[in-house]
Design a protein. Structure first.
Length: 207
């Protein structure tokens, strides 16, 4: 299913970029950056067009950009003027390297089991007190929609995933409107998670 989704982005890269590149997304970008110090190391996990990587670079941060789509990697490389790694999110293998991980509308293409595994990998990749941001379409749908696989989440289904993950603290959870023109009524679940140094720590949202 993941392969089919990547093929969709390879075949529709130009349209996807035209729909998302110029979206005004500073509210979430700045919330994320407010958790970080100057000159932080950021992993943009699923960089798409490179829009967010470019913003973070312009703010003085060091960005490593990854996307599973070869075509999107080519486009993002031109935009941010640095290499973009073409890689399956499920195979990342970093250890205490990043102050922040930005996974905007990327992990939503995985199954719940893989979301759990990748968030675990992200926690391992973060330095202590590092921040993970990820976002999902709001709801209970799981399956193919518009040529791609989606896992939508609510506060409760998010809880069911992160309650099993140690060394984290949920800092913020926000429901927002889609920023794309004509899709403002669509809702998104935005999550900010911190890595802690307490192996027994696990703090999550209670409705």
């Amino acid at each position: 299913m993941y392969k089919k989704t990547v093929e969709y982005y390879n075949n529709n890269a130009e349209k996807f970029v035209s729909d998302t590149l110029n979206c005004e997304f500073h509210e979430m970008q700045d919330k994320f950056l407010n958790y970080l110090q100057a000159n932080s190391n950021i992993l943009d996990l699923g960089c798409g067009s490179g829009r967010d990587s470019k913003y973070f670079i312009e703010k003085g941060h060091n960005v490593s950009a990854i996307d599973a789509s070869q075509e999107l990697c080519k486009i993002a490389k031109k935009l941010i003027k640095k290499d973009v790694i073409c890689k399956d999110f499920r195979t990342i293998d970093y250890n205490n390297e990043f102050n922040g991980i930005w996974a905007c509308a990327s992990l939503l293409h995985l199954t719940k089991e893989d979301i759990y595994k990748v968030i675990n990998k992200c926690v391992k990749s973060l330095k202590i007190n590092g921040i993970l941001y990820c976002s999902f379409k709001y709801g209970d749908f799981e399956g193919y929609r518009n040529g791609r696989y989606f896992t939508d989440l609510t506060e409760q289904s998010l809880n069911d995933i992160i309650i099993k993950i140690d060394n984290i603290k949920l800092k913020e959870i926000l429901v927002s409107n889609d920023v794309r023109k004509g899709r403002e009524k669509e809702k998104w679940l935005n999550i900010f998670i911190a890595k802690t140094n307490d192996e027994t720590s696990n703090d999550y949202y209670v409705p």
